[in-house]
Design a protein around this ligand. Sequence first.
Ligand SMILES: C[S@@+](CC[C@H](N)C(=O)[O-])C[C@H]1O[C@@H](n2cnc3c(N)ncnc32)[C@H](O)[C@@H]1O
Length: 277
Amino acid sequence: MPKVNGVGYSESTMNKQFVLKKILEKHLYAVDYIFRSKTGYFYRKNYLYIDATCGNGSYKCDIKSNQNKIIKGSPLIFLDTLKKVINMIGYTDCYFIDKNITSLEELKKQIYICLSDKVKIIEGDYSLKIPSIIENHHNYFGLIYFDPNGIVDLDFIIELSKQKNMKKIDILFNYNGTAFKRKKTMLKLDERFIDYFKEIKKLNWYISEPSGKWQWSFLFGTNTTKIRLPKSYGFHNVTSHNGKLILRKLNYTKDEFRSYLPSQKKLTNLKWWEENH
Ligand SMILES: C[S@@+](CC[C@H](N)C(=O)[O-])C[C@H]1O[C@@H](n2cnc3c(N)ncnc32)[C@H](O)[C@@H]1O
């Protein structure tokens, strides 16, 4: 995958950004609805959005049919969506984080007009920056988005999900199934995605069909039943038949998947999870 300042694009980038836009719309409209409903009357109306790996704001796409086409990066997609859900603008605090300073400088040029006390760009490793942001946002609804080039830091997401202020803040991450399995095989590690996934403290999960040879898949975790990601965006609840099938695909290598036998001892961690969901 070609990269500019650590931001990689591939043929599936367009689809990724299309699906992200749909998820962000769904999330912002759902929270807006909650705020305007009777029950919303009792909530403090505050929304926190963190893009943990925001990149430089655009992808310059020179692959085959899309010569020189510019695709908007996730920060711009979020800000565009927020402008549409106009009621939410005043309630929203937004953080764009990246460890690559050059990317952030490019991003700043594109969104300087939006920067304020409520829209901040932060340089650094997300695992060091996010905990204190969450600590300072008590009683917020929100969403944190992780989209690294390689494997997302699952240990960090597990710990984050346990933080007190995370109850109404949902988690969305783009997961690279193939990279995880390759690392596991190369280092002969006895660990699987499901071992991490089941430790993340969110009650409802939606998963998207894995895309391409890297098996990129979105996972969205929330504690509410009010935000559902539909099949029309390629999502399945992880407790559904298709959702479980996708989890298996992400969890096992092709060989393991072919020889999957429920009685196999090694696979019992997933079997346990399936039986309990
Ligand atoms: C695929 S790009 C993100 C693209 C962005 N989500 C978009 O759609 O425009 C991955 C970015 O994650 C950043 N990154 C990777 N690991 C990080 C970490 N631990 N903390 C902060 N940024 C990180 C890289 O610098 C890179 O800019």
